[in-house]
Write a protein that binds this ligand. Structure first.
Ligand code: KIV
Ligand code: ZN
Length: 396
């Protein structure tokens, strides 16, 4: 695609997929050992930079799947999640250490509400946990990510102190999650800008976004965080995740690929595998993908209205900003329904192998519209039956 395609060749943004951890955490999305291996293999082949394979302390099954994914990964870094406890971290270290590129991701809450009610800890104790947990993780691996859970509702001064301490203790990635999907794009962009400006050793770590979709802004917030200086995006296939989900990987990647003019970043994901990834994750979790879901929904490249179909038949860039092929969809579909126009109907007849004279075409189109008023979608077989009737009637 020429007019819209854009690869700006800007800064590399690392894609961190957490389908197997945060995605699996949502009710009803649990996957079997084999299903997890299947998803991980696909993510690895697709060029995802980091795969968060699970939460090894959560269960023996989780430990084993993280370990096996770590053993099999060909290209991706394999991360495991752990709370800020030595027991968690050691279990995680044990699971990921067999990977070619292992990462321990450790987190603790830093917001007043979480520290007071969930952790029941004073801020200074939390700060000490940050230092101790990152130090412990560094005994296992060189690549340590530290997350400030509920980061967007954290006091900025305290957040900066924690970030500085985590980097000093050896964290190489700093993640500031919008755990409850509360932030807005402008606010999140500014948060990263401020933290990076205020923390003296900020340039020693990669900053990361991790957004939940409670207000439907997870993807917009993630991209805004990148504008604020983050260079890692945490996301999931189909946007599955806690409550309303996480930022959707396919939307993030295609936004960057399609709008390189205003989002001048490089991502390494092979976009033609996005649809396959969506289908596999939907199948193994039994989570349906909504019809109008961006990029991978059934209607993402389907057109029914006569005006749109007419435009598409003249030039596909009239109503599509990316090609279906670029995300692994075979082709655009012009769905025949009551909104379809004469142009699309004629093209459909051609595709089905019919050639009608003007009067017959006029008559068939009128009958098609009558049928479409009664039926939501008119399938190829309906049109074939309708034309065959028309032909028979003409011979009577
Ligand atoms: O949403 C969140 O805060 C998380 C952390 C564990 C990174 O998932
Ligand atoms: Zn999360």
């Amino acid at each position: 695609m020429t007019e819209h395609a854009s690869t700006a060749g800007g800064d590399r943004v690392v894609i961190f997929d957490t389908t197997l951890r945060d995605g699996e955490q949502c009710p009803g999305a649990s996957m079997t050992f084999d299903e997890k291996l299947q998803v991980a293999e696909l993510l690895d082949d697709m060029g995802v930079d980091i795969i968060e394979a699970g939460f090894p302390i959560a269960s023996q099954g989780d430990f084993e799947s993280v370990q096996e994914i770590a053993r099999r990964a060909k290209n991706a870094t394999i991360a495991g999640l752990s709370r800020a406890s030595f027991k968690d971290i050691d279990r995680c270290g044990e699971a990921v250490k067999v990977a070619g590129k292992p990462r321990i991701h450790t987190f603790i809450s830093t917001s007043p509400i979480h520290m007071k009610h969930k952790l029941q800890m004073e801020p200074e104790t939390v700060l000490q946990h940050v230092i101790d947990s990152v130090g412990r993780a560094r005994n296992w691996v060189d690549d340590v990510e530290w997350s400030a859970e509920d980061g967007t509702r954290t006091d900025l001064d305290f957040l900066c102190r924690c970030v500085e301490a985590a980097i000093k203790a050896g964290a190489t990635t700093i993640n500031i999650p919008d755990t409850v999907g509360y932030t807005t794009p402008a606010e999140y962009r500014e948060l990263f800008r401020q933290v990076r400006e205020r923390v003296p050793n900020a340039d020693k770590a990669v900053f990361s976004v991790h957004c939940h979709n409670d207000l439907g802004m997870a993807v917009a917030n993630s991209l805004a965080g990148v504008e604020g200086g983050a260079r890692q995006i945490e996301c999931t296939i189909n946007g599955i995740g806690e409550r309303a989900g996480n930022a959707a990987l396919e939307e993030i990647v295609m936004a960057i690929k399609t709008r390189g003019d205003v989002l001048p970043y490089e991502v390494g994901v092979e976009t033609t595998m996005l649809m396959r990834a969506s289908k596999i994750v939907s199948a193994v979790t039994s989570f349906p993908v909504q019809y109008n879901k961006a990029i991978v929904g059934r209607n993402a490249f389907a057109h029914e209205s006569g005006i749109h179909q007419d435009g598409m038949l003249k030039n596909n860039q009239t109503y599509e900003i990316m090609t279906p092929e670029s995300v692994g969809v075979k082709s655009t579909s012009l769905v025949m329904g009551k909104h379809s126009g004469r142009h699309a109907f004629k093209e459909k007849l051609k595709e089905l192998g019919y050639s009608l004279g003007d009067n017959a075409l006029q008559d068939a189109f009128r009958r098609f519209k009558d049928l479409a008023d009664r039926k939501k979608i008119v399938y190829d077989e309906d049109i074939e039956a309708l034309i065959d009737d028309e032909i028979l009637a003409a011979h009577d």
